[in-house]
Design a protein around this ligand. Structure first.
Ligand code: PEP
Ligand code: MG
Length: 758
C-alpha cells in the first residue's frame, strides 16, 4: 500500500506517516475537526529511492560541512535533481491518483504537506524544514509529492539535521494529501506561552490562508487568553497589509493586499476565540502536553490543520510564577535609548552589530555575534542565526516557524518591529532584549547580557566560578542531560563501553551480523547525545577500553582470549592497535560526529604506555579522516610508564593528558582494582601515585599540555586539593560530586590567591 487514509492512522504510526501525518490521524481519531485526506507513506518514499538505486548517491551527496553555505547549496541541488528526475513507479502513481479522486468531489483542491519521520518529535522541532503546497489539483499532484520528498534535502533541512545530529539516512518522509480548507481567516495557537510555559492560550490570526502567518510574511493579530477565566487579556490588532489567498482563476496561492477597511479590523470574533480555546483545551488534554496548533476558519467552522508539542518551554518552569506578560504588551519597555519595539519572541539580552539582511545570499555577511535585522523571519536563516547574537524582524509573529527555531537555538529574537530594517542602520551597535521585545541603542556591558540558556535551567543553583575547569564523567548517554544540568564545564570522560556492551554482543559479533555501518551508527548515536547536550562545552570521548572478561559475558564472548589477569591484558589501545578492525570504526564514528558539526568533541586514547602507542593511534586517527592538528586529542595516564614517558607523549603531539587514577593506582601499587582481598591497600592518595601525578602535571605545564583527572579520585576533596595546588587544568567528577568539587576547587584557588599576597 502506497497510501493510508487519515482515519486509519494513529499517533504511534510515526514511522509510517511521519510526525504530521500521525498527529493529523490522531486528531481525526480524537474527534477533532480535521479536513479529510490520506498519506503517501514514508515506506513509499524509501522504496522509491531504494528500488531506483539512488539512495547511496543521495546520502553521499549531503554529507557536507553544514557551515559552508556553498557546499550546502550544491548538496541540495544534487539531491533535488536526483529525486525529481527519477520516475515514480506506475503502481504508486495509480494508487495516489485513485486516493485523490476519492477526496471531496473527486476534483478537490488539496494541500500537499511533507511529514518527515523525525519531524515534530517532542524533543526537536523540525518546524518548516520541508515543503508544503496548497491548492494542488490532480494535474500537479504527483510532482508535488516528489517535491515534498526532495524537500527532505533542502538546504535548511540538511543544515538543521546536521546541527541537531540526526543522520540523513535515518529520516524518511511521508506526504499528507488533505482537502483544502479555503480559509477566510487562519493562524496558529499555542496552548501555553511558548517561552515561559505560562497557562494562557496565545493565538495569532490573519486574513486568508495560514501560510502568511506561519511563514512570517504578515504581522498577525495577537490574542492572549487566560485559561483560568477564558477572558481575552490582551488583543493586539496588527496592521495586516497582505494576505494569502487562492487565485480563483489559476488556483495558485497568491499574496494580495488586504482591503483598506480590513487592515486594522480585528480578525477573530468572540465566538471564534471561545471555540479555539475549547479546541486548545481538548487537544492539550488529549496529548497531555502543551500544543502548537495551526487552525483555519471556513464558513464559520474552525478546523485544525496541525498540532505538535511545544518544544521550547523550559522544563522545570511551569510558568505559574512568571510575572511577565506576553505579546506586544510586553514590549512596553521605556527609556530613551529604545530604537524600536516588537514582540519578544526568544528570550535573552545580547549586544552586537546590526546586519541588515535582505536575501539569503547576504547571510554570508553575518559574522559571529552580529544581530540579524531582516524583513521577515525565514527558516532559511538558520545557519546564520546560529552565528548571530540576536534576530530582529520587521514582520512575523512569535509563532512563526523561524521564531520557534530561534528559541530552540537559544538566540534572542525580537520580531514584528514594523520597520526595523529601515530604522536600524547596517553596522550600528545595538542591544536586543528578547524578553521585553526592544532594540536599544549601543552596547550593554558583558555582565548584563543574558543568554536564554540560563533561563532554560532555572533550578540549577548558582555555579561557583573557578579558574580550574570542573567537568563531569558520563558513561550512560541518557545521563547526559542530568550531567549537563550540573553546570559542569564539559565532559572530562565519555566512556563508550556502556554503549557497546549493551549491544549484548561483542563488537566483532555485532559487526558480523549487522555490518560495520550499524556499529558506527550505534556509537554515533550514543556519543551524539552527550555532544548535543553539552554543545559547545567540550566532550572528551574515549575509544573502547573493556577487558576481555567483560566481553566474555556477551554473545561472541567465547572467542575472547583467555587471560590470567585481564586487567593486565588485552584491553585499551593495545587491543585497538593489535587488531584495528573495531578501533578504526570507533574513530570513523567520531569523524562522522565532527562532520555533523560536533566540533566540541575531543578524542582520548586509553591505556597508552609510550610515544609509540600514541604515534600509531594518531596515524589511525588520520586514516579515519580526523586531522590531529585541527582537533583536540590526548591520552589517559593510567600506567606508571605513561606518567614517566610524559615528555615523549607530549612530543607526539597530544593536547591533553588525563589521569585515570582507577588504573594508575592499581598498576602503581600492584593492587588489582577488582580484587576485594587487597581492597584495603588500594589507595589513590598513596604518595607514589601522587608523585607520579604531581611530576606529570609539572612537566605538562612546562610543555603546554593540559592536564585533567577522570578517575574516581577526582571526586575526592583531598585529591582535588592536591591537584589544584599542583596547577591541574581541569577535574572531571561524577555527576553527583560536581557541585561539591566546584566549591572545593574554589576554596583552594582562593587560598592560593591569599597565600600569594600575604
Ligand atoms: C581510570 O582508569 O581511572 C579510568 C577513568 O578509566 P576506567 O575506570 O574506565 O578504566
Ligand atoms: Mg582506566
Amino acid at each position: 500500500m502506497a497510501v493510508v487514509w487519515l482515519d486509519d492512522v494513529r499517533a504511534d504510526d510515526l514511522d509510517l506517516v511521519g510526525g504530521k501525518g500521525a498527529s493529523l490521524g490522531e486528531l481525526t481519531g480524537a474527534g477533532l475537526p480535521v479536513p479529510p485526506g490520506f498519506v503517501v507513506t514514508a515506506g513509499t518514499y524509501r522504496a522509491f529511492i531504494e528500488d531506483a538505486g539512488i539512495d547511496d548517491e543521495l546520502f553521499a551527496a549531503v554529507e557536507v560541512d553544514h557551515e559552508d553555505s556553498e557546499a550546502l547549496q550544491a548538496a541540495h541541488e544534487t539531491a533535488h535533481d536526483l529525486i525529481m528526475e527519477t520516475p515514480m513507479p506506475d503502481d504508486v502513481r495509480e494508487e495516489i491518483l485513485d486516493a485523490y479522486r476519492s477526496v471531496g468531489e473527486g476534483d478537490a483542491f488539496v494541500a500537499v504537506r511533507s511529514s518527515a519521520t523525525a519531524e515534530d518529535l517532542p524533543d526537536a522541532s523540525f518546524a518548516g524544514q520541508q515543503e508544503t503546497f496548497l491548492n494542488v489539483t490532480e494535474e500537479d499532484l504527483l510532482d508535488r509529492v516528489k517535491e515534498c520528498w526532495a524537500s527532505l534535502f533542502s538546504e535548511r533541512a540538511i543544515y538543521y539535521r546536521n546541527r541537531k545530529g540526526f543522520p540523513h539516512d535515518k529520516v524518511d518522509i511521508a506526504v499528507v494529501v488533505q482537502q483544502m480548507v479555503d480559509a477566510e481567516k487562519s493562524g496558529v495557537m499555542f496552548t501555553r506561552h511558548p517561552s515561559t510555559g505560562k497557562k494562557e492560550i496565545i493565538i495569532e490570526a490573519a486574513w486568508g490562508l495560514g501560510e502568511a502567518v506561519v511563514s512570517g510574511t504578515v504581522s498577525p493579530d495577537n490574542y492572549v487568553i487566560s485559561r483560568e477565566t477564558g477572558e481575552v487579556e490582551t488583543a493586539t490588532i496588527a496592521d495586516k497589509k497582505t494576505m494569502c489567498v487562492r487565485d480563483e482563476e489559476s488556483g495558485e496561492t497568491v499574496m494580495r493586499d488586504v482591503p483598506n477597511d480590513r487592515r486594522h479590523e480585528r480578525v477573530l470574533t468572540d465566538d471564534e476565540v471561545s471555540r479555539l480555546l475549547e479546541l486548545g483545551e481538548l487537544v492539550e488534554d488529549h496529548y497531555e502536553t502543551p500544543q502548537d496548533v495551526e487552525w483555519a476558519v471556513y464558513e464559520g467552522e474552525v478546523y485544525m490543520l496541525q498540532s505538535r508539542p511545544i518544544t521550547t518551554i523550559a522544563e522545570a518552569d511551569d510558568g505559574e510564577e512568571d510575572e511577565s506578560d506576553s505579546g506586544r504588551s510586553r514590549a512596553a519597555a521605556t527609556g530613551d535609548d529604545v530604537l524600536i519595539r516588537g514582540l519578544g519572541a526568544s528570550p535573552g539580552i545580547a549586544s552586537g552589530r546590526a546586519r541588515i539582511v535582505t536575501k539569503l545570499d547576504h547571510l554570508d555577511q553575518v559574522a559571529e555575534g552580529d544581530i540579524i535585522v531582516t524583513e521577515m523571519t525565514m527558516p532559511d536563516m538558520v545557519p546564520a542565526m546560529k552565528r548571530a547574537a540576536g534576530i530582529v524582524t520587521d514582520e512575523g509573529g512569535m509563532t512563526s516557524h523561524a521564531a520557534i527555531v530561534s528559541r530552540e537555538l537559544g538566540v534572542p529574537a525580537v520580531v514584528g518591529t514594523g520597520d526595523g530594517t529601515k530604522t536600524l542602520e547596517d553596522g550600528e551597535v545595538v542591544t536586543i532584549d528578547g524578553d521585553k521585545g526592544t532594540v536599544r541603542e549601543g552596547e550593554e556591558p558583558e555582565e548584563k547580557q543574558r543568554q536564554p540558556v540560563e533561563e532554560a535551567r532555572p533550578k540549577t543553583p548558582v555555579k561557583p566560578m573557578t579558574a580550574t575547569e570542573v567537568k563531569v564523567n558520563v558513561s550512560i548517554p541518557e545521563a547526559a542531560e542530568r550531567a549537563a544540568a550540573t553546570g559542569a564545564d564539559g565532559v572530562g570522560l565519555l566512556r563508550i563501553e556502556h554503549m557497546v556492551l549493551t549491544l549484548g554482543k561483542t563488537p566483532e559479533r555485532f559487526i558480523e551480523q549487522n555490518g560495520e555501518r550499524a556499529y558506527v551508527d550505534e556509537i554515533v548515536s550514543g556519543v551524539r547525545e552527550a555532544a548535543e547536550e553539552f554543545y559547545p562545552r567540550p566532550v572528551r570521548v574515549r575509544t573502547l577500553d573493556a577487558p576481555t572478561d567483560e566481553f566474555r559475558q556477551l554473545e561472541g564472548g567465547e572467542n575472547e582470549p583467555r587471560e590470567h589477569n585481564p586487567m593486565l591484558g588485552y584491553r585499551g589501545i593495545r587491543r585497538g592497535l593489535d587488531n584495528p578492525s573495531v578501533f578504526r570504526l570507533e574513530l570513523q564514528a567520531f569523524r562522522r560526529l565532527f562532520d555533523m558539526g560536533y566540533d566540541n568533541l575531543e578524542v582520548m586514547f586509553p591505556l597508552v604506555n609510550d610515544a609509540e602507542d600514541v604515534l600509531r593511534a594518531k596515524e589511525h586517527m588520520r586514516e579515519a579522516g580526523i586531522d590531529p592538528e585541527k582537533r583536540e586529542w590526548g591520552v589517559m595516564i593510567e600506567t606508571p610508564a605513561a606518567a614517566l614517558c610524559i615528555e615523549e607523549l607530549a612530543d607526539a603531539g597530544i593536547d591533553f593528558a588525563s589521569f585515570g587514577t582507577n588504573d594508575l593506582t592499581q598498576y602503581t601499587l600492584a593492587v588489582d582494582r577488582n580484587n576485594e582481598h587487597v581492597a584495603d591497600i588500594y589507595d589513590e592518595l598513596h604518595p607514589a601515585v601522587l608523585k607520579l601525578i604531581g611530576d606529570t602535571v609539572e612537566t605538562c605545564r612546562e610543555v603546554g599540555v593540559k592536564t585533567s583527572i577522570c578517575g574516581q579520585a577526582g571526586s575526592k576533596p583531598k585529591m582535588v586539593q592536591f591537584l589544584v595546588d599542583k596547577g591541574v587544568s581541569s577535574i572531571s567528577a561524577n555527576i553527583d560530586a560536581v557541585r561539591d568539587v566546584q566549591h572545593e576547587v574554589k576554596r583552594v584557588e582562593q587560598r592560593l590567591l591569599l597565600d600569594s599576597v600575604r
